[in-house]
Design a protein around this ligand. Sequence first.
Ligand code: SF4
Ligand code: SF4
Length: 278
Amino acid sequence: MKIAILSGKGGTGKTFASVNLACVAQKAVYLDCDVEEPNGHLFFNPQNITKQKTTVLLPEINNDKCDGCRKCVDFCKFNALAFVSGKVKVFDEICHSCSGCFLICPQKAIEEKPKQIGMVQTGYFNNVKVVTGIMNAGEASGVPIIKDVLKMSDDDALTVIDCPPGSACTVMESIESADFCVIVAEPTVFGVHNFLMVYELVTLLKKPFGVIVNKVESFENQMKELCDKNQINIIEQIPYSYELAKLTSMGKIAVEESEEIKKKFVNILEKIKSEVKG
Ligand code: SF4
Ligand code: SF4
């Protein structure tokens, strides 16, 4: 079973939920697809690390063969090619590696050269295989790294996908294969606003989902009001706790430290399993 954990913004508790959910499973694979700022590994401190490069192909112009027809420039919808001083110039930073220019060049004047844009790091913590996607600074898209991270899932284990925050194409890529989505949201007006962006995405993609309302305080819970009004499934509400915040800030895994939190996450996992079984 694959569970994707999402949130409308960073800091809601997405990684907290992902890490703790993976830890209460008998066997789990934790996939950190938040490739711009992966931080799940800070909690796991995984051992026996292996690394694998993620590369994309970029066009390289062979000026001896190019006759200056500019068909490649007209074709590129990302404006990653320009015809400057009689030559085709490639802007690597905005190329999406679609291979289109390579395929349409009538003179076969375009070759493709690999470029490393990041890496996938794999290690182990107890019953959890910890897979972390890491994008190099300045790269345009983390999607190729996310694709490589997702290949590391295991059908015999619970796969927990820690998605990037928001609702961009990287999030779409991360949840595509998920059996169930969990949206982590805060109970405030701001939390509701951020929730709605992700809610729109999961409903558009027709994904079954539920909500964890995190950092609940007794005086305000507009997320619960919204969910009740729209019959949205709340899987769990986690009260705001100074102790929990302290554990998290120290890089500790809450279910390893607190029986109460462990029971909560075991319960969350059981609820998700029964939702998936239908
Ligand atoms: S399509 Fe090929 S031949 Fe035409 S400008 Fe581009 S690289 Fe040169
Ligand atoms: S590979 Fe695609 S995105 Fe990159 S320059 Fe060629 S057409 Fe443009």
